[in-house]
Write a protein that binds this ligand. Sequence first.
Ligand code: FAD
Ligand code: SIN
Length: 533
Amino acid sequence: MNILKQEVTIIGSGIAGLYAAIKLAEQNKKVLIITKSALSESNTRYAQGGIAGVLPENKLDSIELHVKDTLKAGAGLSNKEMAEFISEKSASVINDLINYGLSFDRDNNNNLCFGLEGAHSVKRILHSGGDVTGRNMETTLHNLVQNNTNISIKRYTNAVELLVSSDNTCNGLIIYDEKSDNYEAIISNAVIIATGGAGQVYSNTTNPSIATGDGLAIAYKAGAIIQDMEFIQFHPTALCQNQDGSRFLISEAVRGEGAVLKNKNNETFTNKYDKRGDLAPRDVVTRAIFWELQKTDSERIYLDTSPIPEDKIKQRFPGIIKTCKENDIDFIHSLVPVSPAAHYLMGGIKVNKEGLTNINNLFAIGETSCSSLHGANRLASNSLLECIVIANEAASFINNTNFKPIEINNIIDNYPEINNIIQEYSTNKTKKTLNLSELTLKLKDTMWHNAGIVRNQEKLTTALNDIKELKTKFNKTFKCANEEEYEFRNLLIVAELIVKSALLRKESRGAHFRDDYPEPDSIAKHSYIQKGE
Ligand code: FAD
Ligand code: SIN
């Protein structure tokens, strides 16, 4: 197997990975980005509502208010110091994005426009191109990354295993290029996992097909501590389309501008469940929809955009209007059919504010990580903000002269266990490619029905038994035959972590709701899982 040496390796090219790469390269670090699809394919690319931030020109806002909203949405599990740290850094990282060339929407007087989403007490969300914030962010950062001589990129390449030695240090990783069916080992001073979320573990999700929890799964296999996996955010309003797979999001910002949710009888309903109505925190609105769908024996509810003036909708939501039109839906003049879908993973690889995991020289940033900012339910538009703040801190930590690099030239000689992993991936085992479509459908289906919006002991136990059966059928935990198998291997790991954590949490809190334990415990506690426990 070819063995490469690299100063810093970043897995993933969403906003977290790209931003960290730029910050490292600015200090002359040599960075390699590994990404499993096209450079732009990521959850980031589909972000609509925007990025939350406390900017000095927004006179109605303050750090205290942003922190208060974040903690309230987080239902007792958001860390106050982390929320303060991230909010305090928001103005400087957003200015950074502007200096990098990202243009946020402004009014006729050139003042920044601030949008509103659920559970924010003031308008504070910056957006770009109306509702294509993520696409514009990705394009801006791509241009910088692609033209930077300190950054090299391997596209359509999967990270499949981490090289962690017995002294608890990450020394690099194994990568797999499906096109050439080729493996390489990368020995690296620092590895940053920025592989995003895992929405694909559910049959209904707003996430694109890349979101299979790969980074989380390989970190868990390598001994990383995984935190709060039971907290999955289900977005209330994904478009009901005539197709399977990933579903198009209808941004919460549409309700922020005045649209209202209605049931099949054309009645508003969310305020029957919570007095904050359509703009309550996401978990509350999603559960209101879940119960209303059961009560009215229907599969979808509707978004009525008629309260928003027509010129405002056209200017603010051009991307949504276009996609609805492609699905034969008139976003401006007709009721828009929507229902909840898995959207965001609050849990992940446990990190500190520099993105450092419990494994030396291994970092995790963005949605794959858990910094304890979001707690049991993420405040809308806080994800993009967290991604860049922690990416920036991780880069500063690695750029700092105190950061202890590994002895890159002696790894294979000094650590037989690393050599063993490399040998495992070098051997030409007979390939036995399984037909995975049926197994994948089964996994996603059981997760949606048994580990979804409303859970209980019986449902979760069914999900766990289904996962165990699928694991026995699949029977691969190490080298796989192709990318599809690696993704399935990883989805099984993530699904099991979600279900085990959900079984252990015998209370309801934030996005984790159990109808057999409908109340929160008096003390809020995080959950942690590590391999071997
Ligand atoms: P991603 O952007 O998902 O990037 C992950 C990268 O890792 C991808 O490049 C992927 O190809 C790569 N990768 C994955 N596995 C591997 C592997 N094994 N090997 C190599 N590469 C790999 N948040 C907000 O704050 N505001 C919003 O308005 C907003 N809107 C959203 C709308 C939608 C439809 C969705 C799905 C999410 C939205 N979110 C929003 C959430 C937010 O977009 C994400 O949490 C954030 O973009 C995650 O960024 P990331 O860099 O961590 O991961
Ligand atoms: C949205 O635009 O509704 C999504 C925002 C988010 O996930 O933060």
